[in-house]
Design a protein around this ligand. Sequence first.
Ligand code: PEP
Ligand code: CO
Length: 447
Amino acid sequence: MRWTPRSWRNFPIKQQPTYDDKALLEEVEKRLSHFPPLIFAGEARKLKNKLAAAGRGEAFLLQGGDCAESFSDFNADTIKNLFKVMLQMNMVLMYSTGKPVVKVGRIAGQFAKPRSSDFEEIDGVKLPSYRGDIINSIEFTKEARVPNPYNMIRAYNQSAATLNLLRAFSRGGLADLNKVHRWNLEFIKDNPLGKKYDELSHKIDASMKFMAACGLTSDIMPQLHQTTLYTSHEALLLNYEEPMTRMDSETGEWFDCSAHMLWIGDRTRDLDGAHIEFFRGIQNPIGCKVGPSMQEDELIELIRALNPKNEEGRLNLIVRMGASKISEYYPPLLKRVKESGLNVVWTIDPMHGNVEKSSTGFKTRNFENILSEVEQFFTIHKEFGTVPAGIHLEMTGNDVTECTGSASCAIDDEGLASRYHTQCDPRLNASQALELAFMISDTIKEN
Ligand code: PEP
Ligand code: CO
């Protein structure tokens, strides 16, 4: 069947808002379709090649950022802190694996959220659920929960400003390998983890000095003072993604130019649904979440639909089973895909299968469960002789208290209240994220 950027409209769709003002919706879609693309096709192709390398075990994918970005908490520090902690994790992983790390942020467009229920009830008052700032607002009032098409313009503008700063950080000197010390964030500098990172940065300094003595300095080797942080988000709201989808003038191929990489959530991956239809036609590297309800035959069909040419680096399957389920549900899927000879890039999202409620009433995740799911993922791949290509995390560079546990900050149920800032799901803070990177690097070394 012929694909167009709007052919998804002929298919059943889940997790979408109902806009009352259809004329305003159309006007906004039209305006978006004239806005400049946020990324260009050549960048998405480059990322595809890098993901192909990760799929072969020649690189490692580090994907992370907020569960949901927000309009109100939009500032340079938050962006800079995430950038820094991703650079730190990059260093830790690169140093232990000796392989390049492909950095992809859940940023500059991660605004739309699938919800487990269409309604939220507090003290007997029932209102439509919050679906992310690109759709409605988080305040618990009737007005705030009305979907507003204009939010798509705000999301576009915020994404453009965020990406602009990320590009400046990447090229403007902050990523210089002579400055690895400076990435250590204030609030972790003095804890044991900050010190551990500091030791690593001394080793890197020594290597840099050695290279400089050989004449290999950052002014002649841009790789030493520049980096690339790609952007990604769940392409849930297709009214936004469609107008951002543009034809590449060189090849005639379609790219969703709202981000380098887009993924399909676990709740919207129905084979006959609108999201699969939209994704099959865009040529970006794409992801799809794989939760415990995924069936073997379904997965094979899904891979064939999304990657008909069996391209390497095209399709990232993001496994999110939960620490208590992964050992049962994942191996049969991995086995089938391996036997079928289909090219996929397997990564682990140890966040979404490990949500729990704290005794103090917060939606949280425990660090031990997160770590356990990651370790099991690596073990399973070792058994099958396949490549665990990366991780996908909900994390922030800020000093929040949203996930419990970890040696470096030991947040307990009571401690969650202190700085619980997330717009949606609980994120690892910078210290927990860095600790996880050290632990993953140990696991990789062992394997
Ligand atoms: C997410 O990544 O924020 C998310 C909602 O994930 P999933 O689709 O795996 O539930
Ligand atoms: Co989430």
